[in-house]
Design a protein around this ligand. Structure first.
Ligand code: ATP
Ligand code: MG
Length: 418
């Protein structure tokens, strides 16, 4: 029997952290809806094939990080390590191409077998947006603007920088790949073991390496911008012009390659310096070959994913909750009255806390702990008089209000818009 603890790399999320994450998700839904994206939820697990085919066998995620198992029916199943492959699979399965451009958003848990540390977990949560069916730079611009808007709504824009690069089209990547292989082959003895393998399988990925020795070689490495054909240069030029027009600042980052195989053209990350090596809060780019690689019609796409935990950690403070009304009854009759009053207040849209048990002192302590605005005290005295005592928990002032007028009065005074 395993210990009564969550599995390494997984966590119970509650209290302040749960509120922060919920705040991030709410802000995201608001922004996604403002941009007219539609919600999609895909299954938490898919056939392993979906991820192997789209991310590539050589990717870190497929080769080292996936939770894959054979189910009781003998199917090879993977817990999703990211959203894009599942959404691309859904686009094909659901025949979405008939609707023209699909603009989709979703969020939920992802699973990767990684070394757990701050901001890096084995079950973590992502926000995700995708535009499928548009080859236009306008889609790249919009999706980056959506990310920027989210950061602004969360008050995080000042803490994060947008890094941008182009991976070019197939031809440009091919030429670049050859130049990279030539360069790194000359320095093969200095490469990490992982990067020696990457040199054969996917040399671009060496640019993404976190190994110090590898990184030292990057300064003199060839740049993709020197191997880019005109069409590729025009594309990223249009994206940059669009960002300029929207006043979205970016840094050209020649070493930015996304970790996954299917990216082309635009690659970007919103990075903060406040979370150490876990500084990337949003990462995305264009993936024109993905849907075809999965067996669908040739279909361009662009999107990003954000780490909800990382965004939540960056928030300056836990967002305040609506301050509730606390019911503080004493005795059976008062208890019953309190439940009825709470029910009426909630029908009027107010937040009301009931504690079910404890003496008046205990309940007032709880009312303060949850930052209640007022306490409705219902003791024997009050019931005999047909009143409740309303205690303002900021000033400590207390007054009596007739039970018949109570709901009306509180609804007036504490209506959500006040
Ligand atoms: P990293 O370089 O940090 O490993 P990544 O390139 O693997 O990130 P993506 O696959 O682009 O990350 O995922 C998008 C975002 O999801 C990341 O920018 C990050 O905010 C978040 N993320 C990725 N892996 C984890 C994880 N194991 N735990 C928490 N958040 C994660
Ligand atoms: Mg990773």
């Amino acid at each position: 029997m395993a210990k009564l603890q969550p599995v390494r790399g997984t966590r119970d999320i509650w209290g302040d952290e749960a509120r922060r994450m919920e705040h991030v998700i709410r802000a995201f839904i608001g922004v996604a809806q403002r941009f007219c994206y539609s919600k999609i939820s895909t299954p938490v697990f898919e056939f392993a094939e979906v991820f192997k085919r789209s991310l590539g066998e050589a990717s870190d995620v497929v080769s080292k990080e996936m939770y894959t198992f054979t189910d009781r029916g003998g199917e090879e199943i993977t817990l999703r390590p990211e959203y894009t492959a599942g959404i691309a699979r859904a686009y094909i399965s659901e025949g979405m191409q008939q609707f023209g451009v699909s603009k989709l958003y979703g969020y939920g848990p992802m699973f990767r077998y990684e070394r757990p540390q701050k901001g890096r977990y084995r079950q973590f949560h992502q926000l995700d947006v995708e535009v499928i069916g548009a080859a236009d730079a306008g889609a790249d611009i919009e999706i980056i603007a959506l990310g920027q808007q989210l950061l602004e709504d969360l008050g995080l824009a000042g803490k994060v920088e947008l890094h941008l690069n182009s991976l070019g089209d197939m031809d440009s990547r091919k030429a670049y790949r050859a130049a990279l292989v030539a360069y790194f082959s000359d320095h093969k003895d200095k490469l990490s073991d992982d990067s020696k393998i990457r040199l054969d399988k996917n040399p671009l990925r060496i640019l993404d390496s976190k190994d110090r020795g590898d990184r030292a070689l990057l300064g003199d490495a060839p740049k993709l911008s020197d191997h880019m054909n005109t069409a590729s240069a025009d594309f990223i030029g249009a994206v940059k012009a669009g960002l300029d027009a929207l006043d979205i600042a970016y840094l050209q980052d020649d070493h930015l390659v996304r970790g996954l195989d299917y990216y082309c053209h635009t690659a970007f990350e919103f990075i903060t310096t406040e979370l150490g090596a876990q500084g990337t809060v949003i990462g995305g780019g264009r993936y024109d070959g993905l849907i075809e690689q999965l067996g669908g019609p040739p279909t361009p796409g662009v999107g990003w994913a954000a780490g909800i935990e990382r965004l939540a950690m960056l928030l300056d403070e836990t967002p305040p909750q609506v301050r509730p009304i606390a019911m503080v009854p004493l005795g059976n009759e008062a208890e019953a009255r309190a439940l009825a009053i709470a029910h009426d207040l909630r029908l009027r849209g107010l937040a009301v806390d009931t504690a079910f048990r404890g003496n008046i002192k205990k309940r007032l302590q709880r009312a303060n702990r949850i930052n209640a605005r007022v306490a409705v005290i219902l003791g024997d005295d009050e019931l005999a008089k047909g009143v409740a005592s309303l205690r303002d928990l900021d000033s400590g002032n207390q007054r009596e209000v007739a039970l018949d007028d109570l709901v009306e009065k509180l609804a007036d005074e504490l209506a959500p818009e006040n």
